[in-house]
Design a protein around this ligand. Structure first.
Ligand SMILES: Cc1cc2nc3c(=O)[nH]c(=O)nc-3n(C[C@H](O)[C@H](O)[C@H](O)COP(=O)(O)OP(=O)(O)OC[C@H]3O[C@@H](n4cnc5c(N)ncnc54)[C@H](O)[C@@H]3O)c2cc1C
Length: 448
């Protein structure tokens, strides 16, 4: 290896890996992204990112951060057909106690398929001078020179094995990361892994509107789940290619549809307008199911020893029940942390991986709480009182949202992470939530 050239290796060309490569390209002379899938030249779902078959919403904060890293991204996605719309005006939110009326919020949202986003990010990242993307190559372990120092990765291409040297290795290999085993092979202790599983399943497919067909006034539908009674829900978004992407979901082990007929029958059991819409559309994909929705965090930040030359981010460290749509946005925030830490170094001082993992744990903390608090309510054994109190407040808030546009707007800003939870603590909003919806009040006007 040319010792003057500083090299980084990123494991995984998912959203976190691509965003990390973008930031690393500012600080390293060579950045190699290694992806085990053979990547499609056009945009299409792929085996290593099965979530590509399912509705993938990017929160407003995530869109803002990605736009900062990839200026013009929104326009490029729009050119590829991804619509931009106002969340408050064009979302049909079918909440347990009613649907808020259209409420202009000045919160533009863009909707697209995950494969399209990944495709555009991939093109942007591979156009960067220092970046090389090597697909069809699987990382099988870490390369070390001295104890406590990672110096690259071991890779496998079919039967052929090789090593790639690096000054920094970034594990962005997602939910299927093998980092705990790789660290164990280096003699490091096992980090604690925490899981919270609401046993939520997804079933999804896409549809297209026939040429000239009338489209609904909504651009998205959201019918969330809520323990213990609201076990079925859905997401639907208008995406590129004049298509509608629909994900039906169910919690607590609810049986999800397998076949075309089951899919429509399940949609018919919902209060949302999705069934009426898809009944007259042509499906353009088979029904795809997914059930690995467990929240999982691995406490790498608590390990007493951490090797130099290594960091981990994205789903490889902390994954959320995707029903809350946080994964890509949190990955973007983790990459922002990486950028800050790389920028704060003096000259060529190596990044302190241990400090990175500690700070990353703070970045994920509030999203973890947002996802796991309601998910714990699906557990059979009951939850601790702080969780019960959190869920009481959240349920009351969601029940009041259809009746108060200001509360709906504040809640949406928190949901999209452009405001912190303190935005809901304004005295008027807080007292509105505590009073709750008026008895008997129910807003059920659903956008058609
Ligand atoms: C069903 C579902 C729906 C979701 N919906 C949303 C949503 O609406 N909004 C949202 O923000 N997030 C959503 N997410 C989460 C989101 O997809 C992830 O949080 C986000 O993409 C960041 O993931 P990642 O890049 O860390 O991992 P991934 O996207 O999983 O990428 C990891 C990559 O690493 C590759 N890889 C794995 N092992 C190796 C190896 N050994 N060698 C080389 N390459 C390897 C994989 O092939 C893959 O390409 C959803 C997730 C799921 C499962």
């Amino acid at each position: 290896m040319d010792t003057d050239v500083r090299r980084a290796v990123v494991i995984g060309a998912g959203v976190a890996g691509l965003a990390a490569a973008r930031v690393l390209a500012d600080s390293f002379e060579a950045v190699t992204v290694i992806e085990r899938d053979t990547l499609p030249s056009a945009f299409a779902p792929r085996a290593g990112a099965p979530q590509g078959h399912h509705v993938h919403g990017l929160l407003a904060l995530g869109a803002e951060v990605f736009e900062g890293y990839f200026p013009g991204l929104r326009a490029e996605l729009e050119q590829a057909g991804a619509p931009v719309w106002d969340w408050g005006e064009r979302l049909c939110a079918v909440l347990p106690k009613g649907t808020p009326p259209p409420t202009p919020m000045g919160m533009p949202i863009q909707t697209f398929s995950r494969p399209l986003l990944e495709h555009v990010l991939r093109q942007r990242v591979t156009a960067l001078e220092p970046v090389t993307l090597r697909d069809g190559l699987t990382v099988t372990g870490l390369r070390t020179a001295a104890p406590g120092k990672v110096t690259g990765v071991r890779v496998k291409d079919g039967d052929a094995e090789d090593e790639i040297a690096a000054d920094l290795v970034v594990d962005a290999s997602g939910r299927s990361s093998h980092l705990t085993q790789w660290l164990a092979a280096l003699g490091l202790p096992s980090p604690r892994t925490t899981t919270v599983d609401a046993q939520i399943g997804y079933a999804s497919r896409t549809y297209t509107y026939p040429e000239g067909a009338a489209q609904p006034s909504w651009m998205g539908v959201l019918q969330p789940l809520r323990a213990p009674d609201f076990r079925k829900g859905c997401y639907a978004i208008q995406i590129e290619n004049n298509a509608l992407h629909v994900t039906l979901h169910g919690a607590g082990g609810t049986q999800l549809p397998h076949t075309d007929d089951d899919f429509l029958a399940y949609a018919t059991t919902l209060r949302s307008p999705v069934a009426d819409t898809i009944a007259s559309l042509t499906p353009t994909s088979a029904v795809r199911r997914y059930a690995r929705t467990v929240n999982r965090k691995i406490a790498y930040h608590r390990l007493s020893r951490w090797p130099d030359g290594l960091i981990a981010l994205g789903d490889a460290v902390c994954t959320f029940n995707p029903a809350y749509g946080q994964g890509m946005t949190v990955a973007a925030l983790e990459v922002r942390l990486l950028e800050q830490m790389l920028g704060n170094r003096r000259g060529r001082t190596p990044l302190d991986g241990r400090v990175f993992q500690k700070r990353l744990a703070r970045v994920t903390a509030s999203s973890w709480l947002m996802a796991t608090t309601p998910d714990r309510a699906w557990g059979k054994s009951g939850s601790a009182w702080p969780v019960q109190a959190g869920n009481w407040f959240m349920n009351r808030l969601i029940d009041t949202v259809p009746h108060d546009p200001q509360l709906y707007t504040a809640f949406s800003s928190v949901f999209h992470m452009i405001a912190g939870p303190q935005a809901l603590a304004a005295p008027r909003l807080l007292s509105r939530v505590l009073i709750g919806p008026r008895p008997g009040a129910s807003r059920s006007a659903i956008m058609s």
